[in-house]
Design a protein around this ligand. Structure first.
Ligand SMILES: [Zn+2]
Length: 132
């Protein structure tokens, strides 16, 4: 894993942002870009990191209402990416899960109606065959 000191990006080969190939080994204190945060974004990655005691550098905060680049020390990158994996997923999954259960309950309900109709027909037909 290499580090572009200009873009604060970790990369295996050339920097994906500036294309530079003169990358160096990252040092623990190097600031690494994690994500861009829009104002009012929830959950806020930087708040999450600060809560866990990870130092956060916010680039571009001077402009009000602008998106802010979140940078953290290289030493904490693994910890931070684990946190990020945990969090946005919770936010993303819940509406999807709700939609899934809603769709499933509709299907089950229709199936139940179909079964009831089918069973009624079957029983009615059976009675008719007994009476004839
Ligand atoms: Zn670069």
């Amino acid at each position: 894993m290499l580090y572009c000191p200009k873009c604060h990006i970790l990369s295996d080969k050339a920097c994906p942002i500036c294309g530079s190939e003169s990358l160096r080994e990252p040092e623990e204190k190097d600031w690494v870009y994690v994500r861009t945060e829009k104002p009012g974004e929830e959950p806020s990655a930087s708040a999450l990191f600060q809560e866990k005691g990870i130092p956060v550098l916010r680039e571009g905060q001077e402009t009000p209402g602008a998106a802010v680049k979140i940078l953290i020390p290289f030493a904490r990158v693994a910890e931070a990416s684990a946190l990020l994996e945990e969090y946005p997923e919770k936010e993303k999954l819940s509406p999807g899960k709700k939609a899934f259960w809603k769709a499933l309950s509709v299907v089950l309900f229709l199936l139940l109606i179909a079964l009831t109709v089918y069973a009624t027909d079957f029983v009615a037909g059976w009675f008719r065959s007994l009476l004839s």
